[in-house]
Design a protein. Structure first.
Length: 149
C-alpha cells in the first residue's frame, strides 16, 4: 500500500508543479506582499515555485533567518522556521525556500502514512485508497505542500 500512496503523491505533486508552470505562462505572478522581494524574487528559483512559498511562507523564512524581529511574525509558531533554519545550516547551499518546501512535502507524505494507519483500524484497503485519493486531490490540498505549517 505504500507504493500506492507514494505513487499517488508523486503524480499529484508533479501535477501541481505542472499547473503552477502552466499558470505562470498564462498569468504572470508578481508578488507584492511584504518580504517577497527578499525571499522569492531574489531567490533565483523558477518563478513557478514562488506561489508555493508566498504570503505566510515568507514570514516563516523571515523567522528562520532573523527570528521574531520582523513585523507581524509574532503570530507564527516556531517549530517550522526552526527546522528550516537547522537544515539550512547543515546544507547551506540549498535555498531556504526549497528547504521549506521539502520539509512540507516530507511531513505531508509522512502524515498520509499515519492517516493510512488510522483509517486501517476501521476501513478496508480499497476504501482507504479512495479516501486518501480524494483527500489528496481536494482543491485546497496544495496548502499541505506549500511553505506553510
Amino acid at each position: 500500500m505504500q507504493k500506492f500512496l507514494i505513487t499517488t503523491f508523486l503524480f499529484w505533486r508533479l501535477g501541481l508543479f505542472l499547473t503552477a508552470w502552466l499558470g505562470g505562462k498564462i498569468l504572470s505572478f508578481l508578488p507584492s506582499f511584504p518580504y517577497s522581494d527578499i525571499y522569492l524574487i531574489s531567490s533565483r528559483l523558477p518563478q513557478w515555485l514562488w506561489p508555493f512559498a508566498n504570503f505566510d511562507g515568507v514570514h516563516y523564512l523571515t523567522i528562520a533567518k532573523y527570528g521574531y524581529s520582523a513585523q507581524f511574525t509574532q503570530v507564527f509558531f516556531p517549530l517550522y522556521p526552526v527546522l528550516i533554519n537547522i537544515i539550512n545550516r547543515i546544507v547551506p547551499f540549498i535555498n531556504p525556500v526549497l528547504v521549506g518546501l521539502i520539509l512540507s512535502n516530507f511531513f505531508f507524505l509522512f502524515s498520509l502514512f499515519i492517516f493510512w494507519k488510522l483509517l486501517s483500524l476501521d476501513y478496508k484497503c480499497q476504501d482507504i485508497s479512495w479516501i486518501l485519493l480524494f483527500f489528496i486531490i481536494f482543491p485546497t490540498a496544495f496548502f499541505f505542500v506549500s511553505l506553510y505549517t
